[in-house]
Design a protein around this ligand. Structure first.
Ligand code: F0G
Length: 458
């Protein structure tokens, strides 16, 4: 297959019309939404790249599985089908369904994290970090050195810094309940973690007698990157690689809204029967009985089928190649896009895109809003607003990078859509100096990107 063509390995049987709009209409809608794209209605968006979570197009087999879903309260046939698929893939005996990923995090952390705990990771997702803090713990990200070099290519920028992890396990041994590895590393640009890095983490966990938890949301994308980039894996299937990765983990937390190609659902997978009992007892209080965990039987069935499909090499090739194709075109035009391409989206360094804006003028918000105004494209700021804060003296605190993420929903958009997004970004980049910054009108107290409102600067 020519690398210049993105071959979508599916035919389209059901279509959902895209409501086109004019820039004037969008200008009004964005002002009404307080210049925060989270507050738009979805019909006001042309290409929605806000997230790859819960936004996948399901296959005919998944829709058929929905029809056959068993809605029994206890002992549903759909649960046992999902259990069998998940046991084989995640290499764990106990499979606990939950309504989405963060519910699983809440469940596990409730049992394992005590006040004062320190949780090391290659990169916590924001809800994962919030669930650690909720238990009185401190999430600590130890990304490898290459992760901070946005414009320098390296094959496994999602890796954890192993010497830093070892030093922390030595200095804070008593406070560390487990080590958490996120594959791929979402907040670090959707970058993969190598098998070598995961194996070395496992060795450290064994040496220091700590469980290893894998947040496996995007495990199939990570497995494909290992196959393509890591020595010795070229002849292995993505599924076999995923099984080898998961065999290293004591516990897997998983959001089915990503690599189960489902619109809802999640799992906790583990070996430890005694811990599983405690999780199931709490599950009944918070999510539901242990054979449905807050989901309808049909959702369990759709997840089971999605887990079978997501490891297909032709699908993974299309998926990874789409984002790579967009990144290649942007990189060639010197747009400051994070390289190499991530698995589920492209990330733009907004500070480098708008060099005339200071961090206080929120370049990331300016980029998100301009993409919407010019092209009806909805992206998300993962930078100064999302990860920054205002300290007690009123001084703003900013994260190291002001990133904007354009996440691709799975199997939803075609090469034409990807090309359109690239065109809009390129035309905006040529006129970047004309774009103004933003200020807060209402600053939300936590996870500020969701609910804050803004005004453009004069
Ligand atoms: N872990 C990672 C790495 C994630 O990316 C997410 C969600 C979760 C856990 C939580 O899963 O949404 O099912 O509760 N990420 C979405 C995103 C929301 O847009 O990146 P959830």
């Amino acid at each position: 297959m020519s690398s210049e063509i993105i071959f979508e390995p599916f035919r389209i049987k059901v279509v959902e019309p895209i409501r086109l709009s004019t820039e004037d209409e969008r200008r009004q809608w964005l002002a009404d939404a307080g210049y925060n794209v989270f507050l738009l209605r979805s019909e006001q968006v042309v290409i929605d790249l806000l997230t790859d979570s819960g936004t996948a197009a399901m296959s005919q087999e998944q829709w058929a599985a929905l029809q056959a879903g068993d809605e029994s309260y206890a002992g549903s046939k759909s649960y046992f089908e999902l259990e069998a698929v998940a046991q084989e893939l995640f290499q764990k005996r106990v499979i606990i369904p939950v309504h989405q990923g963060r519910a699983g995090e809440h469940l596990v952390f409730h049992e394992l994290i005590e006040r004062g705990a320190v949780v090391p990771s290659n990169g916590h997702f924001d809800t994962t970090a919030a669930n650690v803090r909720d238990r009185g713990g401190t999430p600590l990200n130890l990304p490898c050195a290459a992760a901070s070099q946005l414009r320098t290519s390296a094959p496994f920028k999602g890796d954890i810094d192993l010497p830093a992890l070892k030093a922390l396990l030595e200095s804070h041994h008593e406070q560390i309940p487990f080590v958490l590895m996120t594959i791929t590393n979402n907040t670090g640009g959707g970058q993969p973690v190598s098998f070598a890095n995961l194996s070395a983490v496992k060795e450290l966990c064994t040496e220091f007698r700590k469980p290893l938890i894998i947040d496996g949301c995007r495990f199939a994308e990570n497995a494909y990157f290992i196959k393509m980039r890591e020595h010795g894996f070229a002849d292995e299937s993505p599924k076999a690689i995923a099984q080898r990765v998961f065999a290293l983990a004591d516990i897997v937390t998983f959001s089915g809204k990503k690599d189960a190609l489902s619109n809802i659902g999640g799992l906790v997978c583990l070996y430890d029967e005694e811990l599983a009992e405690r999780l199931k007892n709490r599950l009944v209080v918070t999510e539901g009985f242990s054979t449905y965990g807050g989901l309808a039987g049909r959702d369990l069935a759709a997840m089971a089928q999605g887990l079978r499909e997501v490891v297909e090499p032709s699908y993974l090739h299309y998926r990874i190649r789409t984002i790579e194709w967009m990144v290649e075109r942007l990189d060639r035009a010197k747009v400051p896009v994070l390289i190499p391409a991530g698995g589920h989206g492209l990330y733009i360094d907004a500070a480098a895109f708008f060099t005339h804006l200071s961090p206080e003028q929120f370049p990331g918000i300016a980029l998100v809003n301009e993409l919407y105004l010019r092209g009806g494209i909805r992206a998300v700021e993962l930078g100064n607003v999302a990860f920054g804060s205002t300290d007690e003296s009123g001084k703003p605190q900013f994260p190291p990078h002001d990133l904007v993420r354009l996440a691709m929903p799975r199997r939803v958009y075609t090469e034409a859509h990807a090309g359109y997004v690239v065109e809009i970004i390129l035309s905006l980049f040529r006129q970047a100096t004309q774009v103004r910054g933003y200020r807060f009108v209402k600053e939300a107290p936590v996870l500020r990107h969701f609910r804050s409102t803004f005004a453009p600067l004069d």
